[in-house]
Design a protein around this ligand. Structure first.
Ligand code: PEP
Ligand code: MN
Length: 367
């Protein structure tokens, strides 16, 4: 059972991030050399970044790739703190990592996607962090499982971690999509509505997997109201030992954040805006009622068909009939400017609910 509410310190009370949005964490995928870390950190400091990331221990898909510099790299992060005054953060995946981070004064840690999927490791990390005041950001698990993500947050919160937030980096998928990881924005939106108090970062670098998609993903996440971004930045991206394709130089990042991204207001008190938006929302409310009425009526007929099938001993699932419904809907939908994908999602959900009702009727659970 998910905890109803978590005990969370608001992001702007962590003394790391300041309004206005977005709150940005930037830095290389991996700390590679002391020079690379210092040069990147200097570039980021000069463009106004306050929180520096660098992977010290890297979870790589294949052995033999660069698996991070390990604990010696934490000394470089200490230099970044001392010389540039940046807060520093890295990924932890075990109790030992946490202990090393505490010893080296790391200001924030995050739990990576592969680790969030593992409750044993999350519990081990939560126990190791008990009694510290280190903020923790939890990336979504690699698989699209909201409960697993929430469970990890609960473990940390129950261990007394109140400076807690999330990073949405998309989900692994076998499908061929243009991004490296599938955004499944609906999962992020559901998490936000369940726990609006949780600080929310989006990681366009790992979601997109290419620097070409960073802007559109970052813009999308701001438009959805998420307050933070974690973005990879490297002083010389083509030479990076991990994730070379998705990293920006600090000046490129600066251009994206300050010249290209549009930060929109969450709301406004301007009278003209208020009047128009209230009218438009009233129209939407009426349409929503009509949709509900139509869905209810459709479901009533579905039940009648279920009873009719039962009395005539006919199977519930009629795939040919459903294929023709979907084809008709797709064609009609085009006239209304609705995408086939959207209609497929909506109508398949409706179909599933109909089949479920008819199943219950046939198995006599409903009269
Ligand atoms: C990272 O942020 O460096 C990283 C490994 O990301 P993820 O856990 O999202 O794959
Ligand atoms: Mn990376």
């Amino acid at each position: 059972m998910a905890d109803k509410k978590m005990d969370i310190v608001p992001l702007y009370e962590w003394e790391m991030f300041t309004e206005p949005r977005p709150s940005v964490i930037a830095g290389p995928c991996s700390a590679e050399t002391e020079e690379q870390v210092m040069e990147t950190a200097k570039g980021l400091k000069d463009m106004g970044i306050n929180v520096f990331r660098a992977g010290i221990w890297k979870p790589r898909t294949h052995p033999g790739c660069f698996e991070g510099i390990g604990a010696p790299g934490l000394k470089w992060l200490q230099r970044v703190k001392e010389e540039y005054g940046l807060k520093v953060c890295t990924e932890v995946a075990s109790e030992k990592h946490v202990q090393e981070c505490i010893r080296h004064g790391v200001d924030l840690v995050w739990i990576g996607a592969r680790t969030t999927s593992n409750p044993f490791l999350v519990q081990e990390i939560a126990d190791a962090l008990k009694g510290t005041d280190i903020p923790v950001l939890v990336k979504n698990p690699a698989n699209p499982d909201l409960d697993l993500w929430i469970g990890a947050l609960e473990r940390l919160n129950r261990a007394g971690i109140r400076k807690l937030g999330v990073i949405h980096r998309g989900f692994s998928t076998f499908d061929k999509i243009k991004y490296r990881n599938d955004p499944h924005w609906e999962i992020a939106i559901e998490l936000r509505s369940l726990y609006p108090e949780l600080p929310f970062f989006v990681d366009p670098s790992h979601m997109g997997g290419s620097k070409d998609y960073l802007l559109e993903i970052a813009q999308r996440s701001l438009d959805l109201g998420f307050e933070g971004l974690m973005i990879e930045s490297h002083c010389n991206p083509p030479a990076a030992l991990s994730d070379a394709k998705q990293q920006l130089t600090p000046p490129q990042l600066s251009d994206m954040l300050y010249n290209q991204i549009v930060v929109r207001d969450a709301d406004s008190d301007a009278p003209e805006w208020r009047e128009n938006i209230d009218q438009l929302r009233a129209k939407i409310d009426i349409i929503d009622e009509n949709i509900l009425y139509a869905l209810g009526s459709r479901m009533k007929i579905s039940r009648q068909i279920g009873e009719y099938k039962k009395n005539n001993n006919i199977a519930i699932l009629q795939t040919a009939r459903w294929d023709s419904v979907i084809a008709k809907v797709a064609e009609k939908g085009r006239e209304y400017g609705l995408s086939e994908k959207f209609l497929g999602d909506v109508f398949n959900a409706i179909h599933e609910a109909s089949v479920e009702i008819q199943n219950q009727i046939i198995s006599d659970k409903i009269q």
